[in-house]
Design a protein around this ligand. Structure first.
Ligand code: GLA
Length: 837
């Protein structure tokens, strides 16, 4: 460590200093730093009683200039009276510290005598030993995250996170900024901790020192993956924390989760248990968040973080979101756009209460703590049991938000969603058209329509079950999963067979975690339901949540699905719904552990899903939660796709799908063509194509032209869907910035692409510039062909066939530098170009 220059020789309270070219903003130091630096100039009359011990930040208070030089330096230390005062004060401070250490040692040994401590030295002793720093580089193809064990105090710090460092030698010469990689509470951390616990003896503090690490290579199998396990331990208490950091080299993605364990005699209460903690030192921080509500998911908002704490969280219990989605993008220094700027994109894989905490401290440093929301969730951890946090998944891009999204998409296809590199079936759903009002005959006709359209699956939605309290609306029957005899006298088996005969597959809707009070399930198992003692039941959509923490309920939910699939092995698709969040948050089963409810509910759900996936590893299941209320990578590893929103108005959908596209690949986003919006069928079709396309529309009411257009569109879709599913996405024009939206997908071989352009609104005389494509190979020649052409909803003046570039060929270079005409002055019109080498 070498302090080359201490700036500012004028009278000042706080003196900035520079170390190896890096200006430290902070003005704090402690004795070990003073002892370790080889050259340091200090200006001012020291008032060392004011020096605060807080990590490695450096600075002094003073009024006049002074020089301080360590022995071994060539230059002579200035010997004046102030220097003498400094030395005296240093000695006094050392003596004070020694006195403190002696007291601490005595205290520690008294604890050792009464209780647990095994192994580790008493607190403070390690701090006196100067062992070399240990560096832990965690690299992906384009990024480096470097952790450092500081030999001075044995703690783990984040030294660096950003673009890939070719080597870390220079890093080794710098003082780290005191950013604890997993900050504890109770000793010297004055900011939000990542972990907090109270020990058996009532001690509310935690200290974590590095023990060792292990490495496992390529455990993912699909690409270059490394799991680093870093073991940390309290030096006094048998309390351990393992940071699991998985680096996905090819995808440039890092996944982190934490395991917490102890062997104290009795349970230890843990209050905070974050999945990750990241630090940034930038001039400014721009946070993009995605919030919403039912039917208005994923609304994008960007704002600058100011000093203090900003929290994005939810407390919905059964689902991660609805009001805030567990995702964020963070731009460093200045706002980033699609292709420029430093961006961190992060998402938590957890289907319950989550929290992202962004804290900008007094020095302008930002810490981001991500994990389960600790709200009302202190957890009593039994000795020997492991508390595993969900995974935080994040990526860094210095080429803007577009690249960050493509990194996450690639990761999700390979690891985040079930069968993410496979294909998906097109479907016809009946929710928007029949609601609860159908019978065998009607369904049989819809099966015919499915076939006629050229779709793969018919998905029977809500309303097919319950007899004592028939499911004819959302007020009854939920929980009674037997076929309704009036609607389906021959059972599901008949429909599955009918579908098979007609040459389509059969899928079905379930909502197994919920119950209507008007149901046989409610009558027979009142203790299986979450409800508060001495309070009236609180309903949402006339229903209550089952207590999934109870193993009997887990068994019930498993059997709803397994029973149905065993009786009807022909069922080829499931839509798993969860139509309410958790209120009445009280579990009879959990007794005195009510604060475990939020965590245990989600883990129990995962337990059931895990079991089902062992038996049905590839059955396509759509994740739904009153629209897009449960979209997160904790759940998606069990699901092939998700229902993005109940709002299927195509104009609204452009914004909703745009929002999801930042974090979730198109293969996972289900979009249905319905009658919600009043746009042309072409417009609605084009919008639904930007993901996993399906229909929920009265086919029998279509005109011949509409039917033909749709059949043709489905054939087009089947030809290009692999590009949309597994290609790279480029968001070219944002609907948040212009009156139009344009995005394109290109396959990995760069020989096939598809572009979607929409005019949302148009002002008189508005000039719509050519749109420059991205991701193509400049040297290749591509043919541009418009597809989904329809007489209905033509794109209007300025974009008639004469203006269209359809059928022409251009080099990739031209298309990326000059661009394509993707404009129309007619609102709510669209164009789809298939681009082929
Ligand atoms: C939720 C879903 C809908 C539909 C209904 C059925 O609201 O989001 O798509 O399945 O439930 O009740």
């Amino acid at each position: 460590m070498k302090i080359q220059n201490l700036k500012n020789n004028r009278i000042s309270d706080y003196i900035k200093c520079q170390i190896n070219g890096r200006v430290l903003k902070s003005v704090k130091t402690d004795l070990p730093i003073l002892q370790n630096i080889t050259k340091m100039e200090i200006f001012g009359k020291f008032r060392l009683s004011k020096i605060r011990v807080r990590g490695v930040r450096c600075g002094v208070r003073g009024k006049k200039t002074r020089n301080y030089k360590r022995p071994g330096d060539q230059q002579q230390a200035t010997s004046n009276i102030n220097c003498l005062i400094v030395i005296i004060i240093l000695i006094i401070t050392i003596m004070k510290k020694l006195f403190f250490l002696i007291i601490m040692c005595a205290f520690a040994s008294s604890i050792i005598a009464q209780d647990l401590p095994t192994g580790g030295p008493p607190p403070g002793v390690q701090q006196m030993q100067q062992t070399p720093d240990v560096f832990i580089p965690l690299d992906t193809k384009n990024t480096s995250l470097v952790l450092r064990v500081n030999g001075r105090d044995g703690r783990l710090y984040q030294s660096y996170f950003g673009p890939k460092l070719n080597n870390i030698d220079n890093l080794k010469q710098t003082i780290d900024a005191g950013h604890l990689a997993y900050a504890t509470f109770g000793t010297d951390n004055l900011f939000e901790p990542a972990v907090r616990a109270t020990h058996n003896d009532g001690n509310p503090s935690l200290e974590l020192k590095y023990i060792n690490q292990s490495l496992e290579k390529s455990i993912g199998g699909k690409s270059d993956v490394t799991l680093n396990r870093i073991f940390l331990k309290d030096p006094v208490y048998p309390f351990e924390v393992t940071l699991n950091i998985k680096t996905y080299n090819d995808e440039d993605v890092i996944e982190q989760w934490v395991e917490i364990k102890h062997t104290e005699k009795k349970p230890v209460t843990i209050f905070n248990y974050a999945s990750s903690m990241l630090h940034f030192d930038a001039e400014k921080y721009w946070l993009t968040q995605f919030h919403g509500d039912w039917a208005e998911e994923m609304k994008l908002q960007e704002s600058e973080l100011t000093a203090g704490i900003k929290i994005l969280d939810t407390k919905l219990g059964t689902r991660a979101h609805m009001y805030q989605t567990p995702v964020f993008m963070l731009s460093l220094n200045e706002k980033s756009d699609e292709n420029n700027g430093q961006v961190i994109a992060g998402t938590l894989g957890w289907s319950g209460n989550f929290r992202f905490l962004f804290e900008v401290d007094e020095k302008g440093s930002l810490r981001v703590i991500s994990g389960i929301n600790p709200f009302a969730s202190e957890y009593s951890l039994e000795p020997g049991k492991v508390f595993r946090t969900p995974s935080m998944i994040f990526t860094y891009s210095d080429q803007g938000k577009g690249q960050a999204s493509r990194n996450l998409h690639r990761w999700a296809m390979n690891y985040g969603i079930l069968d993410g590199t496979g294909t998906r079936m097109t479907l016809l759903n009946n929710w928007e058209t029949t609601g609860y009002n159908f019978d065998e005959k009607k369904l049989s006709a819809i099966l015919d329509d499915t076939k006629k359209m050229g779709l793969d699956v018919f998905l029977l939605d809500d309303g097919w079950f319950a007899n004592k309290y028939p499911r004819n609306n959302d007020r009854a029957g939920l929980g009674d999963w037997q076929e309704n005899k009036a609607k389906l006298p021959n059972g599901l088996g008949y429909l599955v067979k009918e579908a098979d005969t007609k040459g389509v597959k059969f899928g079905i809707w379930i909502e197994p975690e919920m119950v209507n009070p008007k149901s046989e399930l409610y009558e027979t198992h009142p203790d299986w339901i979450l409800k508060l003692p001495n309070r009236p039941e609180h309903y949402f959509r006339n229903q209550l949540v089952l207590d999934l923490t109870n193993p009997k309920v887990q068994e019930f939910v498993y059997n709803v699905v397994d029973g149905m699939l065993t009786t009807n092995p022909g069922i080829a698709f499931i839509k798993w719904d969860c139509n309410r969040m958790m209120t009445n948050a009280y579990s009879v089963y959990l007794k005195d552990k009510q604060s475990h409810l939020y965590v245990d509910y989600v883990n129990s759900l995962y337990g059931v899903l895990e079991r089902l996936r062992q038996k049905y590893p590839h059955l396509p299941i759509m994740l739904c939660s009153g629209g897009g209320g449960r979209v997160d990578y904790g759940a998606l590893k069990y699901f092939t796709e998700f229902w993005a929103s109940d709002n299927t108005d195509a104009l609204e959908r452009i914004y909703i799908q745009w929002g999801y596209s930042y974090f979730f690949p198109a293969i996972s986003v289900c979009n249905h063509i319905t009658s919600w919006g009043k746009q042309s069928l072409k417009f609605r079709t084009d919008v639904a194509m930007m993901g996993k396309m399906g229909y929920d529309i009265e086919i029998d009411k279509m005109t011949e032209n509409e039917l033909k257009f749709s059949q043709n569109a489905i054939a087009n879709y089947n030809r290009i869907k692999d590009i949309i599913y597994t290609g790279d996405l480029y968001r070219l024009i944002s609907p948040y910035e212009e009156n139009r939206a344009v995005m394109m997908y290109i396959n990995n071989e760069k020989n096939r692409a598809v572009l979607f352009g929409y005019t949302l609104n148009a002002r008189y005389g508005e000039i719509l510039n050519l749109v420059k494509l991205q991701g193509l190979d400049p040297a290749r020649t591509y043919k541009v062909q418009e597809i989904n052409v329809s007489n209905e909803g033509r794109r209007g003046p300025g974009m008639g066939p004469g203006m269209s570039q359809s059928g022409r060929s251009y080099t990739g270079d031209y298309l990326m530098k000059v661009g394509l005409n993707v404009g129309s002055n007619t609102p709510l019109t669209s164009v789809v170009y298939e681009i082929t080498e």
